[in-house]
Design a protein. Structure first.
Lengths: 131, 385
């Protein structure tokens, strides 16, 4: 991944910055130019809550080359407390601990073992919340 | 809009064709198609060619020109069409609209993909998902459909045995298809005990990595009659797009773009799903066939799995699905798939499907889907006079 492409996603990957439509309140992650709900074009930055639950999940046994060293790993679609959904890995959990409905929180992690285009890849993963 | 007919088809054998370059795959299908239609190449006016990712798979863009040149069609007005795995269906729709509009009389719809050429196919295919917000986080295409499968299992009780029934049925059909990549029958145990790819999907829940090409020729119905051809008419063409990121779509146990494209096609054709005699459905993964048969309206939501297990989608079932063997057995050269589905409809509707021939079908439907459901085309063809 070339560094400008990586750099411009940093507000989302490092700080979970979403865009809240100032006309209808719809929250978009990542931010968008135009609101998918009302067509509005005025947005305010809103930082996402870190807690949510698993909506669906899989365990990847055959990954693309950059993720080979981490296999098998769990990827899930997580719905955060404000309704925003995102796709991320679930870290630090054996696959059988992740179910639909499992409560999780987002944490900051290195995502790929090796740098790509000399850029280390960071971002959010989920972690299972106890009890 | 003029009535449009499909008057010929041509296909390569699907498979790992290491000795055949991308350009020759298309040329073989195009030449076979023109021969089948009995139309001289000089009468062709344009071509639309579906291909998802020749740039990544083969390092080759500017595709329509090089393909037409090597097919002996240099000079043709030709355009490459891309909509991920729905590229072929989108190319067919473009060709259909050009003939229907009156702009051209003879238009070729083609599709090609050469996936075995040294590139990392899992990566190339993953570019049909959201690069920054799905692929960046380690998801793969089997992984996306696995997440749809888990959602469907959780909501409706769909089982691994029901998923396996799709693969077993498609291999039973494809074993009779001379174009198929893996023309062999398999057992449910083979599917259920296969190496895992992305839970709950194993190797035999997934369509293979395939090289291949397919072409069909379109012309106005009046012209088809003058040529003395059996008239296989395009009566419905539906097309829709949706968010490509699975997490951006409200219902993870559904693929709504399929229903949207299907409703548009049914409306144009003036028919309901009950009028459709057989379907070619985009079974890139076993769960995809189950969800798509629900979206097409063949079965109620949640009933696609039991229907597959109960044989309702078998060749002799109430709603035959993927008599060709589908993507699972026939192979899935992504850009070619949508056109190969149309070719299967033409074979079945003209009684030329050999050992897998259905009994006198009149109306066939082809559903071709991009990514995890970010695009879809549905075409309905009817044989008549």
């Amino acid at each position: 991944m070339i560094s400008p492409r990586y750099h411009r996603e940093i507000p989302q990957r490092y700080r979970l910055e979403a865009g809240r439509c100032e006309d209808c309140g719809e929250i978009h992650f990542p931010p968008r130019f135009v609101c998918r709900k009302c067509g509005g074009k005025r947005f305010a930055i809103e930082v996402l809550p870190r807690r949510g639950k698993v909506l669906t999940h899989t365990t990847i046994w055959i990954p693309p080359a950059p993720f080979e060293i981490q296999k098998p790993y769990v990827v899930a679609i997580v719905e955060l407390e404000n309704g925003v959904r995102l796709t991320c890995m679930v870290a630090e959990a054996p696959p059988d601990e992740v179910r639909i409905g499992t409560p999780v929180e987002l944490i900051f992690r290195r995502l790929q073992a090796q740098p790509v285009w000399e850029v280390l890849q960071y971002g959010y993963k989920a972690r299972v919340l106890a009890g | 809009m003029r009535d449009v007919a499909v008057i010929g088809y041509g296909m390569t054998k699907f498979g790992e064709l290491w000795q055949t370059p991308l350009r020759d795959l298309f040329a073989e299908a195009a030449v076979a198609c023109l021969a089948d239609a009995g139309v001289e190449r000089g009468r062709l006016q344009s071509a639309y060619i579906g291909c998802m990712s020749s740039g990544l798979f083969n390092g080759q863009e500017h595709l329509a020109s090089i393909l037409c040149d090597y097919a002996g069609l240099a000079g043709l007005a030709a355009t490459r069409v891309e909509s991920a795995c729905a590229s072929g269906g989108a190319a067919f729709r473009a060709a259909y609209l050009e003939v229907a509009s009156g702009a051209s009389d003879f238009v070729l719809a083609g599709g090609v993909e050469k996936m075995n050429d040294g590139a990392d196919a899992t990566y190339c295919l993953s570019t049909a998902a959201d690069q920054e917000y799905e692929v960046y986080h380690g998801i793969t295409f089997p992984g996306l459909y696995a997440m749809i499968a888990h959602a469907h299992m959780h909501r409706y009780g769909t089982t691994p045995a029901q998923l396996a029934a799709v693969a077993v049925k498609n291999h039973r059909n494809g074993a009779l298809n001379p174009y198929a990549q893996f023309p062999v029958e398999i057992t449910p145990e083979t599917v259920l005990k296969a190496v895992r790819v992305a839970e709950p999907l194993g190797l035999f829940d997934c369509s293979p990595v395939t090289d291949g090409a397919a072409c069909v020729l379109l012309c106005p119905v009046d012209v088809a009659r003058e040529l003395g051809k059996p008239v296989i008419r395009v009566i419905g063409s539906g097309h829709a797009t949706d968010a490509i990121a699975l997490h951006d779509r409200p219902d993870l146990a559904a693929i709504p773009v399929v229903g949207l494209a299907a409703r548009r096609a049914y409306a144009q054709a003036g028919i309901t799903v009950a009028d459709v005699d057989f379907c070619e459905v985009h079974d890139c993964f076993t769960i995809a066939e189950i969800v798509c048969t629900e979206e097409l309206g063949l079965f109620e939501r949640g009933r696609g799995g039991p229907a597959a297990l109960d044989g309702l989608t078998a060749r002799d079932g109430k709603h035959p699905v993927n008599a060709s063997g589908g993507l699972k057995c026939k192979g899935h050269p992504v850009g070619a798939t949508g056109v190969a589905q149309i070719a299967e409809l033409v074979m079945q509707l003209s009684g030329r499907a050999g050992a897998r021939q259905l009994k006198s079908p009149r109306i066939g439907l082809a559903q071709n889907m991009g990514g995890s459901g970010g695009s879809c085309t549905v075409h309905i063809l009817e044989v008549g006079s």
